[in-house]
Ligand binder design. Structure first.
Ligand SMILES: [Zn+2]
Length: 368
């Protein structure tokens, strides 16, 4: 499978590695993050989508009554494309609501806040006819999270960090969506590289401290994001730590593109990530053996942020904060995590319970 992944990519891994410039400087504030990570298990925030859903916003709320404004201009959208459900748009139309959610997560114990930009690429925003807004979505997404982070720090004096969230897009570069044409691809490496580059440029411009490439079901998509990130770092003249997070929803313990956790690590290790790990998927209990496998091979920090269990018939998550926290505490007890948090269904109460549950355990020892 590894060979297939590389051969379907126009760049060999050797070229990718030489393109990744590690000599660029990091921001001085990141020394604080690295030293905190050496002392304790760090905490990520929870599910933005779950919190937004609870607000019950209407189409008018999503579009601010049709007035979608970016930092510098007004964005046109076609009325054929309803915007309700385009959660990322809220950083432009309801920034205070997004900031308030992130602030709640920060005060619940999150050290790292994710930007609300999971789908802010031209590829994902094409569903909403808002491709022209992606740069502004990412700049504003990072600015909103930064405001929430700084507000929490003013409140309790603890440092907070902003992770620019990069989602997988809704297309896969290494698998055909057409069963009759296995060679067909709905997206290419270079399409993804360009789209991710626009996104990451915006996330850096808006003040992100890290870049989080998450919910990876196709490693080739993630490799395009890594490549794009280093191109963006070169443009910005500085390097941001990369967090890389895959997702395993298959009982066989493989990603959608067919990789085991060990293969996944070896496919992204060349990026020398700040952290590698898993998120989303089937909840903490199902994630545990796969996290243990990653922890046994990764020379970076490891990070786990599962869903609040399995979704029920209505797509909601029933696990209580204490239930999720008890399972995440097991990860900490086993010494397989350096960072933990929550994905779908996790509220500030879940994050508070997780932060409390892992506080007494030391962080995983990073492999040499
Ligand atoms: Zn999730």
């Amino acid at each position: 499978m590894l060979i297939n992944l590389y051969s379907s990519c126009s760049h060999t891994d050797g070229i990718l590695t030489t393109m990744l410039n590690f000599s660029l400087p990091e921001a001085p504030s990141l020394a604080v993050l690295r030293s905190l990570a050496a002392q304790r298990i760090l905490v990520l925030d929870g599910a933005m989508g779950t919190m937004i859903q609870a607000l019950g916003m209407t189409e008018e709320d999503f579009t601010a009554n049709g007035h979608i404004h970016g930092p510098g201009c007004r964005h046109q959208y076609h009325p054929d494309h309803p915007q309700k459900g385009n959660n990322d748009l809220l950083v432009l139309t309801q920034p205070q609501a997004v900031e308030d959610i992130q602030f709640q997560f920060a005060m619940a114990g999150a050290d790292i806040l994710e930007t609300n930009t999971f789908s802010s690429t031209t590829i994902a925003q094409a569903d909403y006819g808002l491709e022209s807004a992606v740069y502004d979505l990412n700049v504003a997404g990072a600015q909103v999270a930064r405001r929430a982070a700084d507000r929490a720090t003013r409140e309790d004096g603890k440092p907070r960090f902003v992770a620019g969230a990069v989602g997988p897009t809704n297309r896969t570069a290494s698998i055909s969506p057409d069963v009759n044409d296995p060679g067909y691809r709905a997206v290419t490496f270079d399409d993804l590289r360009t789209a991710y580059g626009q996104q990451i440029d915006g996330l850096i411009a808006g003040g992100s401290d890290l870049i989080l490439i998450e919910t990876i079901f196709d490693t080739l998509n993630a490799k395009a994001a890594i490549f794009a990130a280093f191109e963006s770092f070169a443009k910005a003249g500085r390097r941001l730590p990369l967090m890389i997070s895959g997702t395993i929803t298959d009982a066989s313990g493989r990603t959608l593109s067919g990789q085991t956790p060990t293969a996944f690590w070896h496919s992204v290790a060349h990026a020398r990530p700040f952290s590698v790990g898993l998120n989303c998927a089937l909840g903490a209990a199902a994630m545990r053996p796969h996290m243990a496998e990653i922890a046994s091979v990764a020379t970076s920090l490891t990070c786990a942020y599962p869903n609040a269990g399995l979704p029920n018939a209505f797509g909601a998550y029933d696990e209580t904060p204490d239930q999720t926290a008890a399972q995440v505490a097991d990860f900490a007890r086993e010494g397989i995590v350096n960072l933990v948090g929550g994905c779908c269904g996790t509220t500030p109460d879940h994050i508070r319970a997780i932060a409390d549950a892992v506080a007494s355990f030391p962080p995983r020892k990073v492999l040499a």
